[in-house]
Write a protein that binds this ligand. Structure first.
Ligand SMILES: NC(=O)c1ccc[n+]([C@@H]2O[C@H](COP(=O)([O-])OP(=O)(O)OC[C@H]3O[C@@H](n4cnc5c(N)ncnc54)[C@H](OP(=O)(O)O)[C@@H]3O)[C@@H](O)[C@H]2O)c1
Length: 437
């Protein structure tokens, strides 16, 4: 085995430049810890003349990222272009087919093509590593796949998108509305010009699909993730949640039901209410956090920066060090042929308490209509708050339900949809009574 690992990096944006910096700045430490020198020898990006804040002089430049596959002096390919198709897919599959290990930060690619790419990696006996794809600097993939390998994991959940967490935290602490805080997040570089991947829950869903596969040894299935974003969360909801003793967080939750309960898998991304004493409630701003529950270890909580050049490079380079040291685990924890495909549990079967806010015309009989619809669908109310009369004489009725099946609540709200007193469609969120201990 050569003393030097020759690395080719495709993509020199935020993460690519951060990776080059880390490999350069910590070179001796990396060598001490993995026994070999990590050396970036070739790069690829679109614009050769761009100043990237890192020195690329002396590195071979490939206009086409595929050039890294054919470059005989590149041992390991790092894909930091992004996107679930096109050059990223082409590069990663080409490198694996050519027998070159791959490190990527690309959650969209792994969520969409993880099983196929893992199959290619296995066939060619090379690593496909993606620690940086989920929760940035938090080493959650390695924790689940290796640190907690002795456990049956029953549940893994967390704050997987820093942009949404920043927006919700800032809305709560400043009272500003979603659009206003989103603009600020864009100005600060926390949100893209097109923020839909983040605020509509897509990014968190990609990460959750990856976590699910690693935690439960199941085939990755992005289509099985129920996904809702945070666009419809208002400061009103945040304040009402607070009055009832809750915080609103965008969570990704994956759960494996017991064999007696059918062994199905639940995968959901949505804004929900959690108790303020839960460890996730105090994770604010752009931070991410993940909770894993195992049968012997119990609950373990991981928190850290979910994005940015430094944290993401930290994860990428730790993957590179494993490759340099010759350590490589099965991509999703077990060989691809042993990945299971248990049934996916639709969100309609979710059982829990709910927060419902109805903006209604303030006139006699309206509350009786609401109560009747809830009664007819066997949804019982735990608390009701009716306040906030405004100049249009509309009023918000906020209800916390007792535990109920989601399909019942959906039917109750449907019964109300044609009621002329309803000023806008109902707002509904799940309450996650996840244990804070
Ligand atoms: N940013 C984060 O904090 C973060 C965190 C975790 C994971 N990730 C993931 O890391 C990946 C990279 O993210 P990023 O934020 O670094 O993206 P970015 O700043 O937009 O950088 C993308 C890079 O890819 C290059 N590129 C685009 N198309 C190319 C092509 N056809 N051929 C060669 N190079 C091409 C661009 O070249 P030019 O510079 O010449 O335009 C640019 O250098 C994504 O998969 C992302 O999801 C990012």
């Amino acid at each position: 085995m050569s003393d030097v690992v020759r690395i080719g990096v495709a993509g020199l944006g935020t993460v690519g430049a951060g990776t080059l910096s880390l490999v350069h700045d910590n070179q001796q430490l990396l060598r001490d810890r993995c026994g070999r020198t990590l050396s970036v020898v070739a790069v690829s990006a679109r614009d050769r003349s761009k100043d990237r804040g890192v020195d690329v002089d002396g590195l071979r430049w490939h206009d086409d990222p595929r050039g890294l596959v054919d470059d005989g002096e590149v041992d390991v390919v790092v894909e930091l272009i992004g996107g679930d198709s096109g050059p990223a897919l082409d590069l990663v599959s080409g490198a694996l087919e050519a027998g070159k290990p791959v490190v990527t930060a690309n959650k969209a690619l792994i969520a969409m093509h993880g099983a196929t790419l893992a199959g290619l990696a296995e066939k060619n006996d090379v690593a496909l590593s993606f620690e940086a794809a989920v929760a940035g600097g938090i080493p959650i993939i390695k924790s689940l796949r290796e640190g907690l390998a002795a456990n049956h994991i029953s549940r893994v959940y967390g704050i997987l998108n820093g942009t949404c967490n920043y927006i919700l935290s800032t809305m709560r602490t400043t009272g500003r509305d979603f659009e206003d805080v989103l603009k600020e997040a864009q100005a600060l570089g926390y949100a893209e010009a097109d923020p839909s991947f983040d605020v509509d829950g897509v990014d968190a869903a990609h990460k959750l699909a990856i976590l699910t596969s690693v935690a439960f040894g199941t085939e990755i299935d992005i289509n099985a993730v129920h996904m809702e974003g945070i666009r419809n969360i208002s400061t009103l909801d945040i304040n009402y949640a607070d009055e009832f003793g809750y915080r609103i967080k965008l969570l990704g939750l994956a759960e494996k039901l017991s064999e007696q309960a059918g062994g199905g898998i639940v995968q959901r991304v949505y804004p929900c209410l959690i108790r303020p004493d839960h460890p996730l409630a105090s994770v604010e701003g752009v931070f991410n956090a993940v909770v894993a529950e195992g049968d012997f270890v119990g609950k373990s909580v991981y928190e850290g920066r979910g994005a940015g050049a430094g944290p993401t490079a930290s994860a990428i380079v730790s993957d590179l060090m494993d490759i340099a040291a010759g350590r490589h685990a099965p991509v999703f924890g077990v060989p691809v042929s042993e990945l299971k495909s248990p049934p996916s549990i639709p969100v309609e079967q979710h059982v829990g308490e709910y927060y419902v806010r109805l903006l209604v015309v303030d006139r006699p009989g309206v509350f009786a209509d609401i109560a009747t619809a809830f009664r007819d669908e066997s949804v019982s109310m735990e608390s009701v708050l009716q306040r906030g009369r405004n100049s249009n004489a509309n009023v918000n009725v906020v209800i916390i339900t007792h535990e109920t099946q989601e399909s019942n609540l959906v039917r109750a709200l449907k019964l109300l949809q044609d009621n002329a007193a309803l000023v806008e469609p109902p707002h509904m969120m799940r309450i996650e009574n996840i244990d804070g201990a």
